[in-house]
Design a protein around this ligand. Structure first.
Ligand code: UDP
Ligand code: MG
Length: 315
């Protein structure tokens, strides 16, 4: 095996013990069939089940094409991918989920799209096998995010993506903590494209993302890539301030012409509550940005690697 393979496949693994063998059984033959030099990089993101043991067992079966990075704890899917990127040597880098929702047989088509001159290949799931609520919620979020951040991803939830080396090198220079890899990569791409791929039901196990985490993810996506929410908020604040100034003048003039009034008190309450709600939202939004700044300035290590299993000759 040459020192720099053509293809690196990066796969984050978190509590996937039940499905790993099925993944290996399809992944290795699919990559062997491509007839190019490749390496597989698995990142065990602090799994609490037997995933780490299964990965090291698989490493011993195919040490010439397999590398395993073991985290000491759970740092999240995107940090796992970042660690995989930092280890990767390939010219083309493909990311894939471990749960077989992205068929490994599609990797060849991604590689072909990169060879055709694209530097970023996203994917769209042909028939998405997820709950309808998740499907619709993510479509609505996509539309909003696209407007705010100008990042065009038809299907942000699909991790099966391919990147050219230059993009990965740029990502490796970023020291961001709460990031979303496909979006970050998109901002560095010159010639992105998207292709349709098959999508399957999760082989076993359940999604590692709760509803709350999905909301968090979308906040990170917007605040991590755009200042538009803050700017829109100050614009809104300006309009409201002007409107209340006008109301104030109106009330003062009215007071002197028609005398004092007490009707409409509850309308006033409603307006006040609405404004208080807006204010709280604004403070929360500020908090999102400040939180990000805080995490960033602490400069803690983004993840800690416990061990790397790899062929000594290759590094
Ligand atoms: N994953 C991870 N760390 C986490 C959560 C998930 O490495 O904290 C991995 C997981 O093993 C899988 C991929 O990220 O390979 C996507 O996770 P999942 O399938 O649960 O997400 P979904 O497909 O539901 O968006
Ligand atoms: Mg999945």
């Amino acid at each position: 095996m040459s020192h720099n393979p053509k293809l690196s496949v990066v796969i984050p693994v978190y509590n996937e013990a039940d499905g790993l063998q099925a993944l290996f059984d399809r992944l290795y033959p699919a990559l062997d069939a491509l007839n190019l030099s490749y390496e597989l990089i698995f990142i065990n993101d602090g799994s609490k089940d037997r995933s780490a043991a299964l990965l090291s067992q698989q490493y011993r079966m195919r040490p010439e094409v397999t590398r395993v990075v073991l985290f000491n704890s759970n740092y999240g899917q995107h940090m796992a991918i970042v660690a995989g990127f930092e280890q990767s040597l390939g010219e083309i880098i493909v990311t894939l989920d471990a749960d077989l929702q992205n068929p490994p047989e599609e990797i060849g088509r991604l590689v072909a799209a990169i060879d055709a001159g694209h530097d970023y290949v996203g994917t769209i799931r042909r028939e998405r096998q997820d709950h309808w609520f998740r499907r619709h919620a993510s479509r609505a979020m996509n539309a909003l995010r696209e407007r705010i951040t100008h990042i065009r991803m038809t299907d942000q939830g699909c991790m099966l993506r391919a990147y050219r080396r230059e993009i990965i090198d740029t990502i490796n220079q970023c020291r961001e903590i709460n990031t979303f890899i496909p979006a970050l990569a998109y901002t560095f791409a010159h010639h992105p494209t998207e292709i349709e791929v098959n999508h399957e039901e999760r082989f076993t196990g359940t999604s590692k993302y709760s509803f709350y985490q999905l909301i968090r993810l979308n906040f990170d996506l917007v605040t991590g890539f755009s200042l538009v929410p803050l700017q829109a908020f100050s614009l809104l604040g300006m309009i409201l301030a002007l409107a209340s100034a006008a109301l104030f003048i109106l009330l003062v003039v009215r007071r002197f012409i028609l005398g004092s009034e007490v009707e409409g008190v509850f309308t006033l309450f409603a307006i006040t509550f609405f404004l208080m709600g807006m204010l709280l939202f604004g403070i929360g939004l500020l908090g999102e940005y400040i939180g990000r700044i805080y995490q960033q300035v602490r400069q803690r290590p983004r993840y800690v690697i416990q061990a790397i299993l790899q062929d000594q000759e290759r590094v």
